[in-house]
Design a protein around this ligand. Structure first.
Ligand SMILES: C[S@@+](CC[C@H](N)C(=O)[O-])C[C@H]1O[C@@H](n2cnc3c(N)ncnc32)[C@H](O)[C@@H]1O
Length: 353
């Protein structure tokens, strides 16, 4: 009883400050009992939604959103990442695809594939964009549990030239134990990059952690770090609106300190840093989120043993709330192939015609 009253009180306070959807989602997460899966999914994704759309979209108002997110901007990035990823490797194994352990949007082409097949489709697509050859030095920014490094190694047999960076100590340990790749605990935003140290660089599901003020300086470093003709393959989610959506505040529940930028901002930032865009495609995150949700529910008992009820609830809520974000087209997943031109002046002239 006291616990329920306390949760309701927190709900009211959070709804007033961060908006009703934030308050409701956190109320669900704080449930002392494991959430009933289908009720949770319906409550969060159903239309009409229990929190009317106008309120979801307009509260907190822009000035308050900007203020709250400006506060988050000063939060420690490393800590924010660790909070999400250093939960338990075995916990992530319970819902990610078994072959690679990708924690990023898969390519469901027919809608009938398993998560394993859909992640294979994605890995093959990115491998094709990378056009990687043995002997080339390649760096993954935010390599997770080494999923794409594994796919590249399968294709080339070259482990020597693969490097991954992550801000999760659990992931470093996992890569050491299971994959034997050179994976370092390193912040790719603040890292130094020697000139032309890499033939290819890519990131999958990590660029969304780069905050707007960090993007330009980081792209300038990456441009310098690549050899001429080197690609910077990017797969990330971003928002579609220019204005900060109210959902940007909700995302702080899951990724404290990360602030998504609009697609146009990313494209301009890459071009301004001197990259030439050679590919852009759009991908649907919803089937992946639903597959992870179902896998986690199927493994509920073990999940709760490993991480406790609240973290189990948090991931159920995260998958359902993200599904709704993409269903409402607040954001989308994009794949970009920006390339450092072999001759910078030609690249510049072509873009400006
Ligand atoms: C959503 S996971 C994606 C992992 C992997 N690329 C995949 O597709 O499975 C995001 C990864 O980015 C890493 N990351 C986020 N910000 C980072 C930063 N500034 N420096 C290094 N790694 C970062 C996290 O540690 C995590 O490994």
């Amino acid at each position: 009883m006291t616990n329920t009253l306390f949760r309701l009180l927190v709900l009211i306070c959070e709804a007033a400050l961060y908006g009703p959807p934030y308050g409701v989602l956190n109320y669900l997460i704080r449930s002392p009992m494991p959430l009933e899966p289908e009720a949770c999914w319906r409550q969060i994704t159903a239309e009409p939604h229990p929190v009317p759309l106008w309120i979801s979209d307009h509260y907190p108002p822009q000035f308050l959103r900007r203020f709250l997110l400006a506060l988050k901007r000063h939060q420690d990035h490393v800590l924010g990442i660790s909070k999400h990823y250093d939960v338990s490797n075995e916990f992530y194994e319970l819902f990610l695809d078994r072959r690679y352990m990708f924690y990023s949007c898969a390519d469901f082409r027919t809608g009938q594939e398993t998560i394993e097949e859909a992640q294979q489709n994605k890995a093959d697509f990115i491998l094709h964009l990378l056009d990687h050859k043995p002997g080339e030095r390649i760096l993954e920014l935010g390599c997770g549990w080494g999923a794409m490094l594994k796919r590249i190694y399968e294709a080339t047999g070259d482990k020597e030239n693969l490097t991954g960076w992550t801000l999760s100590r659990e992931q470093v340990a996992y890569n050491e134990r299971h994959n034997g790749f050179r994976v370092e605990f390193k912040d790719f935003i603040t890292a130094d990059y020697p000139e032309q140290a890499w033939d290819k660089i890519y990131s999958i599901g990590a660029w969304e952690h780069v905050r707007p003020h960090e993007e330009g300086p980081l792209l300038a470093k990456l441009h310098r770090a690549l050899v001429p003709g080197g690609p910077l393959v990017q797969h990330f989610l971003c928002r579609l609106q220019e204005d900060l959506p109210a959902a940007g505040v909700i995302s702080q529940l899951f990724f404290p300190g990360s602030i998504a930028s609009p697609l146009r901002f990313h494209v301009r930032a890459h071009e301004a840093a001197g990259f030439r865009l050679k590919h852009l495609s759009v991908h649907d995150y919803r089937p992946t989120l639903r597959a992870w949700f179902e896998n986690l529910v199927r493994n509920r008992q073990r999940a709760i043993e490993l991480v406790g009820v609240r973290t189990y609830n948090r991931y159920l809520v995260f998958f359902a709330a993200s599904w709704r974000y993409f269903d409402r087209m607040t954001g989308c997943v994009f794949r970009l192939l920006p390339e450092k031109p072999r001759c910078p002046r030609i690249g510049f002239d072509i873009q400006n015609r």
